[in-house]
Design a protein around this ligand. Sequence first.
Ligand code: G1P
Length: 280
Amino acid sequence: MIVDILINLMIRQAIIPLAGLGTRLLPLSSVFAKELLPINGRPGIEYILDECDDAGIKEIIFIISKKKEVIKKYFFNDKYYKKIIKKKKDKRIEEIYKKILKYKKKIKFVYQNYPKGTGDAVLKTSKYIKDKYFLMLLPDDLIMKKNCSKEMIKIHKKFNSSVMASMKVKKDTVSRWGIYKIKKKIDNNNFIIDDVVEKPNKKDAPSNNAVIGRYILPKKVFSLLRKQKKGQGGEIHITDTLRKLIFLNEVFIGHIFKGKYLDCGSMDGYIKSGLEISKL
Ligand code: G1P
């Protein structure tokens, strides 16, 4: 019985939507997978994988598309590495390969060939999610210095709830984010969410508490996602389904994270991220 309860609260799987077009990073994203672009010498996705690893995640599901198979190749290029290592006997390359092998062991791939939105991406993983709750990380959002996923898992265990990472944003920028309304304050960094709206106008926004790309979601999200209609911009948004879950009394906690936020999804943010990380 106790074992069952503990397993129910464990977060062992993470999903990462990677099939997006990345138009905010054009022209680079017309030929590269934006998640492989280097940020201070390392692909952005590696920072996300390190966060998962350090948070105790055992399996990571990459949602990619045919157009972004280069991401698979980055992790599954064994023949190439083995050949080079044999030929060059270079310590640096051996170390890099070791790290790639470590990541590779945890990664699975599913396909979302048409970029219909984050909600649709999540739905593609439904067959593979085993536990009652799982983690989702959006790769455009890097959070450095303090492991946000790890902190959120602690909150989840304490309250047996779903969790979304969040930060306060300037009122003028609310239409860039999912914005939530607070029902109840738990402490200075954690709030029970009353409602969440995807990219509202400034005048309709219920607050300036923005959702940032880390979520602990319940498995029951899938049955609602199957029925989710297109929303803002013609996409299927995870936020719209989370809103329904909240109305069905699923407890969602907005967690104000302590780490340093870097927005790697826009050209301006991407350039700044490299500079900021090099200073950490
Ligand atoms: C997504 C979510 C949005 C959230 C944001 C965080 O938007 O839909 O609710 O605030 O990530 O980065 P996107 O960046 O895909 O436009």
